[in-house]
Write a protein that binds this ligand. Structure first.
Ligand code: C2E
Ligand code: MG
Ligand code: MG
Ligand code: MG
Length: 293
């Protein structure tokens, strides 16, 4: 038995691992029926202007109300859905649900931002799917934003690029999610009709007032550089994972356009984040770092 010989992790057959794999695939196999039974739902999280505290839009985040396991976060099933190809169906449900709900909010949420998996973007039917959803729900294209990760755009295939151009021409907004942690191939900023960069929360985590934490300077300099890069390309920048007033204030001082994170609002039912300006008063009262300049 390979495992007995020095506890090698490369054993031919590991029963625990095997059980875990079976459980994962059972979970994946349950996705289509769960869609039909209405077990998936969307939470929404506000994207807030760092300039005036207004809500610019909301991001749709999928959850699974599993009958036995409780409410599952996307990290426990999105990967599986991608591996098995079921993401196309699940992602289609997410898109449809987000468009339908966003249309009903009217002006209370300027746009809804939907995460797209690699497979969805590389599938020939994407443009047609989005077009029909917009037509069916009546949501104006400007009120839909699609979030792609850097790894989604890693491949240089022409088809997805063409599809995204068509969607952008319709007026759909295109954001790069988790910017700065993927492959950072800057060529896609040139080749794709991107409108927004969402900078990964890990750069925000280290952000503190310089006097308090000199080590936070590196994250701050990276963020500042990303902001100038984005602005030089006429893109807006949203910082993810903003948890404190101090971080929001630093981001505003750096020139970042918008923030998303627990400080502005946790993901939850749409009613919770529509039509209010979360944390505006608190933010305005924080240390006036952004002085004349
Ligand atoms: P993401 O698109 O980068 O979404 C942001 C994640 O950060 C969300 O986790 C959100 O709950 C979390 N977050 C928000 N504010 C804070 C904060 O202040 N601090 C911290 N520590 N975390 C914060 P969630 O909802 O678990 O989603 C995880 C990832 O799953 C998403 O990352 C996205 O990549 C993926 N995902 C979610 N919904 C969908 C979907 O409908 N389709 C696809 N393909 N992927 C999805
Ligand atoms: Mg996202
Ligand atoms: Mg993100
Ligand atoms: Mg993420």
């Amino acid at each position: 038995w390979a495992k007995a010989a020095g506890g090698a992790r490369w054993s031919v057959f590991d029963p625990d691992r095997h059980r875990a794999d079976l459980a994962r695939y059972a979970l994946a196999a349950a996705i289509p029926a769960a869609i039909d039974r209405g077990e998936f739902f969307l939470d929404y999280q506000p994207l807030t202007s760092l300039r005036d505290g207004t809500m610019l839009g909301v991001e749709a985040l999928v959850r699974w109300r599993h009958p036995e396991l409780g409410v599952l976060r996307p990290d426990s099933f999105i990967g599986l859905a991608e591996e098995t190809g079921l993401i196309v169906r699940l992602g289609g449900w997410v898109l449809a649900e987000a468009c339908r709900e966003a249309e009903s909010w009217g002006a209370r949420a300027p746009f809804v931002s939907v995460n797209l998996a690699v497979r969805q973007v590389h599938r020939p039917g994407l443009v047609q799917e989005v077009r029909s959803l917009l037509a069916a729900t009546g949501l104006p294209p400007e009120r839909l934003q699609l979030e792609l990760t850097e790894s989604t755009m890693m491949s240089t295939a022409e088809e997805p690029v063409r599809a995204l151009r068509v969607l952008a021409d319709l007026g759909v907004r295109i954001a790069i999610d988790d910017f700065g942690t993927g492959y950072c191939n800057l060529a896609y900023l040139r080749d794709l009709p991107v409108t927004e960069l969402k900078v990964a929360g890990e750069f925000v985590t280290g952000l503190r007032a310089p006097a308090v934490d000199p080590a936070g300077r590196t994250d701050e300099r990276i963020l500042a550089s990303l902001v100038s890069l984005a602005h030089a390309l006429d893109l807006t920048v949203t910082a993810e994972g903003v948890e404190t007033a101090g971080q929001a204030e630093r981001l505003r001082a750096i020139g970042c356009d918008a923030g998303q994170g627990w400080y502005f609002g946790r993901p939850g039912p749409a009613e919770g984040c529509l039509g209010r300006s979360p944390a505006l008063s608190t933010m305005a009262g924080v240390e006036p770092v952004a002085s004349a300049g």
